[in-house]
Ligand binder design. Structure first.
Ligand SMILES: [Zn+2]
Ligand SMILES: [Zn+2]
Length: 234
């Protein structure tokens, strides 16, 4: 922890992490903000963007037609690609906790625009304890708390506990990943009748969010919508 503190606090202040232009400490400059891979068009329920104009709500993609996701929609702010992936990785894997407020600042306007009006709470997808122990923090929960602190936002409600880690993607079929995540999550707090938004930093295949959603619905949640900062495209 001392190492992470030193690394975060000895960074030169007031430089955009992408172009190194002078900015307010911890900020991305306006020019770089515009170049981030924002998702602006219609999204499938799984968060994949439609190319060209699509009606609202967007029709389901082929994969969702075959296996409809248990959640009502995916609200994704950005594509998970350069330069955003570098920012998220620096935050998650190199402990640049100073980046957290800026990631939440990017995400907040999109959430304010897209969150269902009846949202009762933001539920972070918990990190498996082993990963949290190695990393020293749980990024989805920290981001959810940052977002919930903003005026008018629903509270952060860590309702899930996690018993299994997401298996490595390589060498595992989609079915294998799905089976490995069966019963990975349990409701640790009451969710009966609640309209929940399940929050994660990045959505890759959607297997984790499907498993977490199923746990919330099994606990009696009325509806689950997924919100991610970034959606990885296949
Ligand atoms: Zn910049
Ligand atoms: Zn889809």
């Amino acid at each position: 922890m001392v190492y992470i503190w030193l690394k975060n606090n000895l960074m030169p202040p007031g430089r955009c992490p992408l172009c190194h232009a002078a900015v307010r400490p911890g900020r991305i400059c306006d020019g770089c903000l515009d170049t981030l891979p924002w998702l602006t068009g219609a999204l499938c329920r799984c968060g994949l963007p439609w190319h060209g104009a699509a009606p609202e709500p967007a029709p389901l993609c082929g994969r969702c037609l075959r296996r409809p996701p248990p959640f009502a929609a995916t609200l994704a702010a950005l594509r998970y690609q350069a330069p955003l992936d570098g920012l998220v990785n620096a935050y998650k894997h190199r402990g640049r906790l100073a980046r957290e407020a800026e990631l939440a600042r990017l995400w907040l306007p999109v959430l304010r625009r897209t969150l269902p009006d009846d949202t009762d709470a933001l539920v972070p997808v918990p990190t498996h304890w082993r990963r949290r122990w190695r990393r020293g923090f749980d990024q989805a929960e920290r981001l959810a708390r940052c977002l919930a602190d903003a005026p008018g936002m629903p509270a952060c409600y860590p309702a899930l506990s996690r018993h299994r880690a997401t298996p490595a993607q390589q060498g595992r079929s989609a079915t294998g990943r799905r089976h490995a995540l069966t019963d990975a999550f349990h409701c640790a707090r009451p969710v009966s009748g609640m309209h929940l938004v399940l929050l994660d930093d990045v959505m890759t295949t959607g297997a984790t969010t499907r498993a977490a959603t199923r746990a919330l619905l099994a606990g009696g949640a009325e509806s689950v919508t997924v919100a991610v900062l970034a959606r990885a495209l296949p």
